[in-house]
Design a protein around this ligand. Structure first.
Ligand SMILES: Nc1ncnc2c1ncn2[C@@H]1O[C@H](COP(=O)(O)OP(=O)(O)O[C@H]2O[C@H](CO)[C@@H](O)[C@H](O)[C@H]2O)[C@@H](O)[C@H]1O
Length: 486
């Protein structure tokens, strides 16, 4: 099967969050299931800078008013098609926002172009290449399914994966005339969304199937509380909405070989984590003690429940906890964590900015990884934590619900617990969960058992990649060994 993946981010070329991890890891996982996946990605400077020798496979004289070209080649094990259009993508910093922190005003055009090119590739734009399916990720690729639906092919199929319902790519209706869609696409069955244009809505409406990244989130988004305006639409097509859990790249995230760690380890050498703990304490300016070390590696946003942590920091410090926070995001939340670090020198440390290596070290050295999200489509941080023996303390939503087994009495007795869950996502419930975690930590023997169980839990792509392959096969009418879907 030939599948074209289209996304705005792909690890290790360009990453602002979990989307990149998924689009970067899926192709290799799918290869084992008979799927050949190429990835179309914009030619941001970070991407262009990492390319080796590439072939120019197409040139555009008029790509939404600018020129561009397609470069194809293999980079870091990925089969890439890069959309090199400097007028759209050759900009400093983050792929989505300018230096002042505002969205680029022409984002509508930058990502319409990406999606339009994907659909053209699906129609055979490049000789010798004709994917059977286009797999579009998030709002930046959302228009792809609309271009295919209103285009000439009746066989090309589309999959739309929603990694986060909160980011939808909504614009005024005034851009419609420039989108290269026929007039009737500006309708409820097309790209129209509350009187304007919705890129994610277009994808969810027009794709042959919609997936999201965990079973629980796929149910949650059919409710008004989590659907963010798209719950009605998702309910209407509930037979073609699937929740397929994310996995992780088991080679890039392997505590036994990870070069970002001061000391590598396995479940049989957990004591080596102490060396990493000391390294984390050094990096975050924390005292060298054996206090329980809690950590956060996250965008600092309302979604991630960072304010719930802020509300509990003084209590946590009073209970003897150290806290290391790696992340950046909303200014107010950053400032609140910074103020807490100033109040509690040596006990609370903040490092802002994006640091992939340090994120590995934190997973390999901290005792607890906090993920108190208000909503979480899947969440990768808790999966990395499980793999690294860093106990996840998570809210019971979305993929966090599907991947962490709460250390309640029954789970402890049955010896299956892998972390701590709490609900609802409030500061009070988190406070209880912190105290519960500390009580568990005090029992060293059962804590270590819980670490080892987490390290053994299957967080790989194996079963989920097989589910994607099965979904692709069903779309193009291929039979597979296991044709069951839930
Ligand atoms: N300051 C920092 N330095 C280094 N690394 C940092 C960092 N801040 C965050 N990260 C890393 O960024 C990634 C975050 O991934 P998540 O899946 O947890 O959330 P995100 O909201 O980005 O993804 C969305 O898409 C993914 C993929 O489907 C879903 O799992 C998720 O629920 C959804 O919200 C992890 O790899 C984490 O280690």
């Amino acid at each position: 099967m030939e599948v074209l993946s289209v996304a705005s981010e792909v690890y290790p070329l360009i990453k602002t969050g979990g989307l990149a991890d998924v689009t970067g890891a899926l192709p290799a996982a799918l290869a084992k299931n008979g799927v050949t996946m190429r990835t179309l990605v914009p030619g941001y400077p970070a991407v262009m800078g990492k390319l080796g020798p590439m072939r120019e496979v197409h040139a555009f004289a008029d790509l939404f008013g600018v020129t561009g070209r397609l470069l194809a080649g293999r980079v870091d094990g990925l089969d890439l098609i890069v959309l090199d259009a400097p007028a759209l993508y050759d900009r400093p910093g983050n792929p989505y926002v300018g230096p002042e922190g505002w969205d680029w005003p022409d984002n509508w055009k930058r990502f319409a172009a990406l999606s339009w090119v994907a659909s053209e590739l699906g129609l055979g734009l490049v000789e010798g290449y004709r994917p059977q399916i286009i797999h579009a990720h998030d709002w930046q690729a959302g228009l792809t399914a609309a271009y295919v639906k209103y285009g000439p092919s009746s066989t090309l199929k589309t999959v739309m994966t929603v990694h986060n319902m909160a980011f939808q790519g909504t614009y005024g209706g005034d851009i419609f005339g420039q989108l290269r869609l026929p007039p009737h696409a500006y309708s409820i069955e097309g790209v129209e969304y509350f009187g304007g244009i919705g890129y994610l809505k277009a994808g969810v409406e027009c794709a042959d199937v919609v997936t999201t990244v965990s079973p629980t989130y796929s149910a949650e988004i059919r409710t008004p509380a989590f659907g963010m305006g798209l719950d009605g639409l998702l309910n209407n097509r509930s037979q073609t909405v699937f929740g397929i859990l994310n996995g992780i790249d088991m080679e890039a995230w392997n505590p036994a070989t990870d070069a970002s760690l001061r000391s590598t380890y396995t479940g049989n050498s957990l004591l080596s984590r102490q060396t990493n703990k000391a390294a984390v304490q050094e990096a975050f300016g924390l005292e060298a003690t054996d206090s329980p070390l809690f950590s956060v590696v996250s965008r600092l946003t309302w979604q991630k429940g960072i304010d719930l942590i802020v509300a509990n920091i003084d209590m946590m410090v009073a209970e003897g906890v150290q806290l290391a926070v790696l992340g950046s995001g909303e200014t107010e939340l950053e400032n609140a964590v910074r103020a807490a670090a100033a109040r509690h020198p040596g006990r609370v440390g903040l490092i802002t900015g994006y640091n992939e290596q340090l994120s590995h070290l934190v997973q390999g050295g901290a005792d607890v990884m906090m993920v108190p999200s208000r909503f979480e489509p899947c969440g990768l941080t808790q999966l990395y934590a499980l793999r690294y023996g860093c106990i996840p303390l998570v809210s019971r939503v979305g993929g966090l619900n599907d991947t962490v087994i709460d250390a309640n009495v029954a789970a402890l007795q049955a010896e299956v617990a892998t972390g701590v869950q709490f609900a609802p996502p409030t500061a009070e419930a988190l406070a209880d969960a912190v105290r519960r975690t500390l009580a568990l930590y005090a029992d060293d023997k059962s804590w270590k058992k819980m670490q080892r169980r987490g390290m053994k839990s299957d967080v790989s792509w194996e079963s989920s990649a097989a589910r994607y392959a099965q979904l692709y096969a069903s779309l193009i009418g291929l039979k597979t060994d296991d044709d069951s879907n839930d």
